[in-house]
Design a protein around this ligand. Structure first.
Ligand SMILES: Nc1nc2c(c(=O)[nH]1)N[C@H]1C(S)=C(S)[C@@H](COP(=O)(O)OP(=O)(O)OC[C@H]3O[C@@H](n4cnc5c(=O)[nH]c(N)nc54)[C@H](O)[C@@H]3O)O[C@H]1N2
Ligand SMILES: Nc1nc2c(c(=O)[nH]1)N[C@H]1C(S)=C(S)[C@@H](COP(=O)(O)OP(=O)(O)OC[C@H]3O[C@@H](n4cnc5c(=O)[nH]c(N)nc54)[C@H](O)[C@@H]3O)O[C@H]1N2
Ligand SMILES: [Mo]
Length: 773
């Protein structure tokens, strides 16, 4: 079997810092994509996979959830640098074999970073480690499933947890939630809980749907586009094409961010000759460098200014006809926004009244506005009210169900939205459960299950016996790393359905299984009826097929739906009413069930085979209607709120580098921000740096404080950077140890990954103790 030497691990002393870039992509991006591909997979696998990504009949890029055009022509290379890196990661020819596990005891793996673990390659065999053992050893698939069945059947359903990461395809997700409910639990936490949960929590009660209300074509019609709390140059690079085309035809693009992200400033389109030659097109027409957590105050101020402008010029700013016919709660909103405290607003946002007023004037004039947002708005205590203010603003001007307008929460994982549609949710609706019960003859549990934060608490309190992870890396993705890892180690069984080694495999339960699976790029053809395909849903509710074509690196890998079905058969026995076996053999059978259970999926098998797939119903977008409890779009009133750091502290946000995919790192080069060969950095404004008394590049330990208790993470380097005053930034997941488990967005329970209060102390050579309450 093919193996390459492992790479060196990170040496943080190699850190290099250069000036941040002012535009994204260009020739360098293309070169980097190809280099990474060749290094991992060799030229032939790379070219074969790159030509099929995001093409009709090809596979869906595992990078992000940004949609492809369903009406227009696709470019011959419908991918970006970071999509290419994601594919190179997965289609790598490097392998992690039983011999590799023999050479690497847990005691060694524990010392390694995620960078090193992930770069070892694709796991080739099912592996197990039992209490008291030092290494993972191979196990047959049959014995692996029997081990899972034994553990699940020895405990109660409420002590079993089924986590999902958002790359999981629709068919797999549907089977997986069916398994959890057949066993008798709604413990279905997913990465969405840590990601866009706040968006759904704000949108469901106000517009009756937890999803975006725009299509890609709306970017061709918008007059004004906001990009708030999002770094598309790194995390959704294909979005830059939509933004730059909108700019070109005269739309304004306002970005709101504490960091002047390169991709928000300019874009060199690698799909065009001018971009390849280095000519950069501007992206943002306006940039508000907001303080972390200041967005609620900002959007309240916009609301105030729009209402004022309407009073001055009645009938020109707000859409009174729409408000009257389709919404509720406007009067209370109008009253709440009639006054504003400018001093508090300027303090909360770090912006001047003039800056805010200037952007409000653009809003007042615009007849079609799209507001895009991502995690800069979802991971703070007041995230849900912040997002409700955005909905208020859109309702005010009737920006739903008309061309070029709407709400655009830009999702993360390539199928995170689809997983929720398929029923991966700890708080399922009665309609879903009743429909499943009728279809399958089971009795789904009605009690709500754990979300990801509650799962963390359950681990801590020894309330989890069996933890099954469909992809993902729960130990590193969630808050309070140290407590979480300790809790995971005490679980009786952890099961990781994975492609590559990660930290969660290392901080495993007493018994632990690694079940290696096929990825997006891999051929899935070991079925009686031949090759099977899967489907996904993008950020704009388009469902389409995805099918890999590469020969898997090992003959021992099983497809995810097959793993779920065989797990179910082992746990539930042969006389269970669900036809697990036929679903695993033929994914059309799964889709036929989905078509009968989920609204919008009628005739699924035919429609998913259409050239462009199909679009799910979206009432605000399709018919300007709102499936809320009142049947109307709901204005809401929220209190003024922002983040303020205690004396001697700064506000810490965590973010992704350009060379990472969540907890996995492709490399060590955050090219656009000028950070290279190191990750343990704190980006800090030069004036704040001066106030701390430290100098650029000083080594510090970071202490976070929350509700009277402290967390500590050691050995970070301060790097002078043009971030907003009072706010610092560090990379996820290195900083997750600083996030107290109770620091969450109040209504959605999403961790407060962008809302920590921190101070710095000189780095102690002996790592200090982690302080806890
Ligand atoms: N290459 C690559 N692509 C990815 C991912 C990846 O890791 N790598 N991850 C995927 C996933 S799961 C997700 S969810 C998305 C994440 O996509 P993003 O949301 O773009 O990810 P982050 O890196 O967390 O960036 C958050 C941005 O919000 C800004 N921000 C922080 N706090 C505030 C605030 O209070 N207000 C405002 N206005 N802005 C703020 C930060 O400066 C940063 O620019 O990307 C997806 N795509
Ligand atoms: N501090 C901080 N923490 C955060 C965030 C933040 O902004 N700041 N963001 C949060 C967000 S938005 C998210 S979405 C979560 C992400 O949390 P997760 O989704 O749990 O984490 P990932 O890093 O995306 O998962 C990577 C692992 O997935 C496995 N994998 C990759 N491809 C496949 C596949 O095709 N099949 C299977 N079965 N496995 C596969 C690999 O083994 C890899 O190690 O993290 C959250 N944590
Ligand atoms: Mo995410």
């Amino acid at each position: 079997m093919h193996r390459k030497a492992p790479i060196e691990d990170i040496n943080e002393d190699d850190l290099k810092v250069s000036k941040p870039k002012s535009s994204a992509a260009g020739l360098e991006a293309v070169m980097v994509s190809l280099q990474r591909g060749f290094a991992q997979a060799g030229p032939s696998r790379t070219v074969r996979s790159m030509l099929r990504v995001n093409q009709r009949g090809g596979f869906d890029c595992p990078g992000c959830a940004w949609p492809e055009s369903i009406t227009g022509k696709r470019k011959p290379a419908e991918f970006c640098e970071n999509g290419a890196k994601a594919i190179a990661e997965e289609s790598t020819a490097r392998t992690v074999t039983p011999e590799w596990f023999e050479e690497h005891p847990i005691s060694v793996l524990e010392q390694r970073t995620e960078y090193w673990l992930g770069s070892q390659g694709r796991i080739t065999h099912p592996m197990i480690i039992r209490a008291g053992e030092t290494h993972y050893t191979p196990i047959s698939w049959g014995d692996a499933f029997a081990t899972i069945a034994e553990h699940v059947n020895a405990t109660t359903p409420d002590r079993c947890v089924f986590y999902t990461s958002g790359r999981t395809a629709n068919e797999t997700a549907f089977l997986y939630q069916l398994l959890a409910r057949s066993i008798g639990t709604n413990n279905l936490p997913d990465c969405s809980n840590m990601c866009h949960e706040s968006s759904g929590t704000a949108m469901n009660p106000t517009i009756g749907i937890g999803k975006g209300t725009v299509s890609l074509e709306d970017f061709d019609h918008a007059e004004l586009i906001f990009v708030v709390g999002q770094n598309p140059g790194t995390n959704h690079p294909r979005m830059l094409s939509a933004l730059s085309e909108a700019r070109e035809r005269g739309a304004r693009v306002v970005s709101i961010n504490p960091l002047p992200e390169a991709g928000l400033m300019g874009f060199k389109d690698p799909q065009r000759a001018s971009g390849m030659m280095g000519k950069s097109a501007p992206i943002s027409s306006d940039f508000l460098q907001i303080k972390v957590g200041g967005d609620l105050a900002l959007f309240q101020a916009f609301g105030h200014l729009l209402l004022q402008a309407e009073e001055q010029n009645p009938g020109t700013v707000i859409d009174q006809a729409f408000i009257d016919s389709a919404t509720e709660g406007f009067e209370a909103y109008r009253q709440a926004r009639s006054e504003i405290d400018w001093a508090a607003t300027e303090e909360a946002t770090g912006l001047s009244r003039e800056q805010i007023t200037e952007i409000a004037q653009l809003l007042a004039k615009s007849k079609a506005t799209i507001i895009c947002w991502a995690l800069g708005l979802t991971q703070q205590p007041h995230s849900v009210p912040t997002l409700k203010e955005i909905i208020n603003l859109l309702l005010l001007q009737g920006n739903f169900g008309k061309p070029g307008a709407g709400a655009c929460p830009v999702r993360g994982h390539s199928n995170v939205q689809g997983d929720r549609t398929m029923g991966i949710w700890e708080k399922p609706t009665e309609a879903l459960l009743a429909s499943m019960d009728a279809e399958f003859g089971i009795t789904s549990p009605r009690a709500h299950g754990y979300d990801s934060t509650e799962t963390l608490h359950a681990f801590e309190h020894d309330e989890v016996d069996v933890f099954v992870s469909m992809g993902g890396n729960f130990a590193l993705a969630n808050s309070d790393t140290e407590a979480l890892e300790a809790g995971m180690r005490r679980a009786k069984l952890t099961v990781h359905i994975s492609t590559k080694p990660n930290r969660s495999h290392v901080v495993h339960g007493q018994t632990s299984l690694i079940l290696p699976t096929l990825g997006r790029t891999d051929k899935d053809d070991k079925h009686p009826k031949g090759a099977q395909f899967l489907s996904v849903e993008d950020s704009m509710s388009v469902i389409h097929s995805t099918q890999g074509r590469l020969t898997p690196v090992s003959e021992h890998l099983l497809a995810e739906p097959v793993i779920v079905a065989r797990m179910a058969q082992a746990i539930l026995g042969d006389d269970h009413p669900v036809d697990w076996r036929s679903m695993a053999e033929d994914y059309d059978v799964i889709r036929d069930h989905i078509a009968r259970v989920l609204p919008g999926f009628e005739d699924f098998n035919r429609r998913v085979r259409q050239k462009n797939g199909f679009v799910l119903p979206n009432p605000p977008r399709d018919t300007r209607s709102f499936a809320t409890s009142s049947g109307r779009g709901q204005f809401t009133v929220s209190e003024f709120e922002s983040l303020s750091a205690p004396e001697g502290h700064l506000i810490l946000q965590t973010m992704r580098s350009h060379d990472q995919y969540n907890t996995t790192f492709y490399g060590l080069d955050d090219r656009y921000r000028g950070i290279k060969d190191g990750r343990r950095v704190i980006l800090i404004h030069p004036d704040d740096l001066a106030e701390t008394g430290f100098a650029d590049r000083d080594l510090v330990d970071v202490i976070s404080t929350f509700a009277g208790s402290e967390r500590r993470a050691n050995r970070f380097r301060l790097v002078s950077y043009p971030t907003a005053r009072g706010c610092v930034a560090a990379y996820y997941p290195e900083a997750n140890a600083l996030v107290h488990r109770d620091l969450v967005a109040r209504e959605s329970n999403t961790p407060g990954f962008k809302a920590m209060m921190v101070r710095f102390v000189p780095h102690e050579l002996q790592p200090g103790p982690t302080l806890d309450s």
